[in-house]
Design a protein around this ligand. Structure first.
Ligand code: NAP
Length: 318
């Protein structure tokens, strides 16, 4: 990371949403000294109290409005479907020169829903850290979540370059590598790499548990690695993922169309015994995994680096 520990990037950061991502950002800010103060807001009093107790925020507030007073950076860390409402609430309190960003797993819908509530003189730079786990809530976060993971920023046209550079420094200070692209492109890339894979996992786990000739207890008892790995992804937060699919309709449907065509080709190859087609595809896909490991985005350790039989070492980011 290019920002040294102890480098102040913003005086005050406001975290709106104190779950897995909000709390991990809070821990990361504290680890690297990226801000003097961190204020926080979450919907429930329990989450607010817990955040203060854990200590990844310096203050919590009963409303999002109060939390953003005087903040130089406001990070919206709530489910995508709640972003517009939260943005409308904080709009009157945003200070001139502040930057508002988010961590939502889709980006075009965020520009659509949050953009109208960004006042003149406030910088709006949507973002998405490609890091996560299938856990939720304020206890799930940890400072290392973003280390060596990508964070994609999707600045709107005309974004102030120094505000963008400051946000890049902030994410680098959290340990991330940062890329910039437009929101539509982000949504197609993430549809391929994350959203459709999650949909496939939800679907296969649903299908397996619906099969009449296989009982639920057999599904659990004989779950071999393939199915077990799908269940990990399919255990991801239902609210968050409902919102992802409702808000990246175009990207997901485009990739799903291609996926269905390719699946039909495999179905045909199996029916007609075309082993060469299957072997060639499986050889190509094996090489893809090798390149992901070489890029440092996955471990080559056996059993995905699990340290215990039902380990939770892996990520399930959106
Ligand atoms: P989370 O652990 O469930 O936390 C969500 C937070 O938002 C909680 O503090 C919750 O408050 C608050 N919240 C929920 N619904 C709300 C509403 N309607 N109005 C106001 N606040 C609300 O979720 P997360 O995993 O941190 O996800 C947050 C964002 O990060 C999402 O936009 C998601 O797309 C994005 N993201 C997630 C991952 C991942 O792997 N999880 C990865 C990258 C990006 P309470 O605690 O009081 O309920």
């Amino acid at each position: 990371m290019s920002v040294a520990t102890g480098t102040l990037v913003y005086e005050k950061v406001a975290l709106i949403g104190l779950g897995l991502i909000g709390s991990s950002i809070g821990h990361g800010i504290k680890r690297a000294g990226l801000a003097k103060t961190v204020s926080g807001f979450a919907r429930s009093a329990e989450t607010r109290a817990r955040a203060l107790e854990i200590g990844f925020v310096d203050s919590v507030h009963d409303t999002a409005k109060e939390a953003v007073v005087d903040a130089d950076l406001i990070i919206l860390c709530v489910p995508v479907g709640a972003l517009g409402k939260v943005a409308s609430e904080i709009e009157p309190m945003l200070k001139k020169g502040a930057t508002i960003t988010d961590v939502g797993s889709v980006k075009s819908a965020v520009v659509r829903d949050v953009g109208p509530f960004v006042p003149e003189g406030v910088h709006f730079i949507p973002g998405h850290p490609l890091a996560g786990t299938e856990e939720s809530g304020p206890d799930a976060g940890f400072a290392e979540l973003f280390d060596e993971r990508w964070c994609i920023l999707t600045p709107v046209p005309g974004t102030d370059k120094s505000a963008e550079a400051q946000l890049v420094s902030f994410w680098e200070g959290l340990g991330s590598k940062v890329d910039v692209m437009d929101a539509q492109h982000h949504d197609v890339v993430l549809a391929v790499t994350s959203h459709v894979p999650h949909l496939i996992a939800y679907n296969i786990v649903g299908t397996a548990t619906d099969l009449e000739e296989v009982t639920q207890s057999e599904v659990v008892k004989y779950s071999a690695s393939g199915f077990r790995d799908f269940t990990r992804i399919a255990a991801s937060d239902p609210t968050m993922w409902r919102d992802v699919f409702l808000n990246n309709k175009e990207g997901v449907l485009e990739v799903l169309g291609r996926f269905s065509e390719d699946l039909a080709v495999l179905q045909r190859a199996i029916r007609w015994g075309d082993g060469d087609l299957l072997f060639d595809l499986f050889t190509r896909t094996r090489a893809v995994r090798r390149s992901i490991i070489d890029a440092g985005q996955e471990t080559a350790a056996p059993n995905f680096g699990r340290t215990k039989p039902d380990g939770d070492e892996e990520d399930g980011e959106a």
